[in-house]
Design a protein around this ligand. Structure first.
Ligand code: CO
Length: 237
């Protein structure tokens, strides 16, 4: 009996080892590839401009802050053809501007007050998993508490959104409305209102990116002052 137990034990152990080995091999191929990619990228960049990294190391003056979704299919720099040094980036699930989020506030403060960016773009995207989750009732985990911010946007516009019968159309409309609300939320921050008060050139914009087309749509929510805000949000600075 002990012998057969031993046999079962060691065969199982070997099988687990084998699975781990295969998993590790798949992982390490990808992992190795990205390190090789980096070397190739450096070589190409230096071939085009030998001073490329030396210049970047001197400092950054990006004209734009990008607030986008963490979704791997919406890479900020790539879709707008921006080079390193041209975009300051903040990304989270469903491109939210949550006014008590220290991470977002710190990025915004640094972008506006130190880097003096001239534009802030909130870029959402159709097919956003975070927005989709906010339309449903499924509990996913701790993320539910983040998704709640998006649900609050739904509640604010539920009459309009509930009136759209087609689910895909409603989803697309919700994605757009969520971007607009995040732009409003940006304009309500003390950081943005202070910049405007001080005469700093700063425009806010809302975009939606089409995963299946690659094109961005400007939602025409462009702000450069707080006059359009509800009075209760206008800060006396
Ligand atoms: Co998304």
């Amino acid at each position: 009996v002990i012998d057969s137990l031993k046999r079962i034990f060691f065969t199982t152990l070997l099988r687990v080892d084998r699975i781990d080995y295969l998993k590790h091999k798949i992982m390490s191929d990808f992992y190795k590839k990205i390190l090789d990619n980096n070397k190739e990228w450096v070589e190409n960049a230096l071939a085009k401009d030998p001073n490329f990294f030396a210049e970047l190391a001197k400092g950054q003056t990006p004209p734009l802050l990008w607030i986008g979704c963490s979704d791997s299919r919406v890479p900020a720099n790539e879709i707008i053809g921006a080079k390193p040094g041209e975009v300051f980036v903040h990304r989270n699930i469903a491109n939210m501007v949550v006014h008590s989020d220290m991470n977002m506030l710190s990025v915004l403060d640094y972008a506006v007050n130190v880097l003096k960016v001239k534009h802030v773009i909130v870029c959402g995207h159709y097919g956003c998993g975070g927005v989709k989750a906010a339309m449903g009732n499924q509990s996913i985990g701790i993320i539910d508490n983040w998704i709640r911010h998006i649900k609050d946007v739904y509640r604010l516009h539920n009459q309009y959104l509930d009136s759209i019968e087609d689910e895909t159309e409603r989803f697309n409309a919700f994605v757009e409305i969520n971007v607009k609300e995040q732009v409003f939320d940006l304009s309500k921050t003390s950081i943005v209102q202070s910049a405007w008060k001080n005469g700093q050139e700063l425009s806010l914009h809302g975009w939606v990116y089409g995963l299946n087309s690659g094109f961005v749509t400007d939602l025409n929510v462009n702000f450069n002052s707080n006059v359009e805000l509800d009075e209760v949000y206008q800060l006396k600075l």
